[in-house]
Design a binder for this molecule. Structure first.
Ligand SMILES: Nc1ncnc2c1ncn2[C@@H]1O[C@H](COP(=O)(O)OP(=O)(O)OP(=O)(O)O)[C@@H](O)[C@H]1O
Ligand SMILES: [Mg+2]
Length: 332
């Protein structure tokens, strides 16, 4: 029996099909992640799995209980930490957890010891009696996660657990997630649009885009399936992309080509031989290459290869684009 299982899950909001025929299963004890950009359908799927939304069609089960037929049983088995933090700013950390414990019907005699345990786990014991309004974003998120653990769920759902946090804080949260997983032997289902997060945390990843799952596999297998090398080429915006693409398609050792606006990604088995040929093409077509790089495949490349585009709102992409714009300005 799987901890999480969906079969042909669909959720429509009027004309928008947010979740489009999604089927996957998560083994007990796994950390499984949905990786996808804004609007991919990650939160909608998670809200169906946590019984907060009803599917339009298809089936979803948690620990063998159907979300539609047995929502109460499902809720007993899960913890859910929403995308937006839900803690009350004017209560202390501990008061927030007491509230959460009562909402989850934890026996009164056990509330104190359970709260002590989770505070210890996420290292908030020292700050527990201070109002949450004094907490940093990372501390609020940790408190949210603590709240989701109080009733010791079998399956923990984390919707974008580190979105908007700086990289150091994100890394710290990853450590807590790993600790929770190891100490409680919990199945964890998380969503993210950070490649590195998916890579670091997940045993398996489902890449989701436009409501559809594009591929499900371990990060390692995904990267290995890409071939040995990735050549990224950025060219001037005013070039004839079609003729460039058709020249690239004739290249030997190139197994797959993606174009996202003025950026081409070539998946190659022998990149060092391909690069000189790219410069030949560039000469022949008198096109201007603004940058070219040869790298080992990353999850970014996997994402591009399955969806045809980058995850645009990723902070690092944003920063890279800003850096690139700055460099261009400096060059003028
Ligand atoms: N209640 C709703 N009514 C109408 N459309 C909705 C509703 N909820 C979600 N959608 C639409 O469904 C699609 C999927 O949204 P969802 O929130 O699941 O994406 P997501 O992957 O969680 O994105 P993000 O990374 O921004 O959190 C989007 O196009 C969104 O606008
Ligand atoms: Mg979301």
């Amino acid at each position: 029996m799987y901890s999480v299982e969906t079969q042909s899950l669909v959720k429509s909001f009027g004309d928008v099909t947010a979740v489009n025929d999604v089927s996957f299963s998560v083994e007990t004890g796994e950390i499984f992640g949905f990786l996808g950009p804004n609007g991919a359908g990650k939160s909608t799927t998670m809200m169906i799995l946590t019984t907060l939304l009803k599917p339009t069609s298809g089936k979803a089960m948690i620990s063998g209980f159907d979300v539609r037929q047995n929502p109460k049983k499902v809720r007993e088995n899960i913890g859910y930490v929403q995308q937006e933090t839900t803690v009350d700013e004017y209560l202390t950390g501990r008061e927030n957890l007491i509230l959460q414990a009562k909402l989850n019907h934890i026996p009164t005699s056990e509330i104190d010891s359970r709260i002590d345990d989770v505070l210890d786990l996420i290292e908030l014991t020292d700050k527990q009696n201070e109002a949450v309004v004094t907490y940093s974003g990372g501390m609020r998120k940790r408190l949210d996660i603590a709240g989701g653990l109080l009733h010791r769920p079998k399956v923990l759902f984390l919707d974008e657990p580190t979105v908007g946090l700086d990289i150091q804080t994100r890394r710290k949260i990853w450590e807590y997630i790993k600790k929770i997983h190891d100490e409680f032997d919990m199945t964890i289902f998380l969503t993210t649009h950070y490649m590195e997060e998916a890579d670091q945390l997940c045993d398996r990843i489902g890449i989701i885009d436009g409501g559809k799952i594009q591929v499900i596999d371990s990060p390692e297998n995904m990267k290995n399936a890409m071939g040995n090398e990735v050549i990224s080429i950025t060219i001037e915006n005013d070039e004839n992309f079609e003729s460039i693409q058709s020249e690239f398609e004739k290249l030997e050792h190139v197994s797959k080509i993606n174009r996202d606006q003025n950026k081409f990604t070539l998946f190659a088995s022998n990149g060092t031989e391909v690069i000189p040929k790219i410069f030949q093409i560039s000469n022949n077509l008198s096109m201007t290459i603004t940058s070219i790089s040869l790298t080992k495949p990353t999850l970014d490349d996997v994402f591009i290869s399955y969806t045809g585009h980058e995850i645009r709102d990723d902070d690092s992409t944003y920063n890279r684009k800003r850096e690139h714009a700055k460099m261009k300005r400096l060059r003028v």
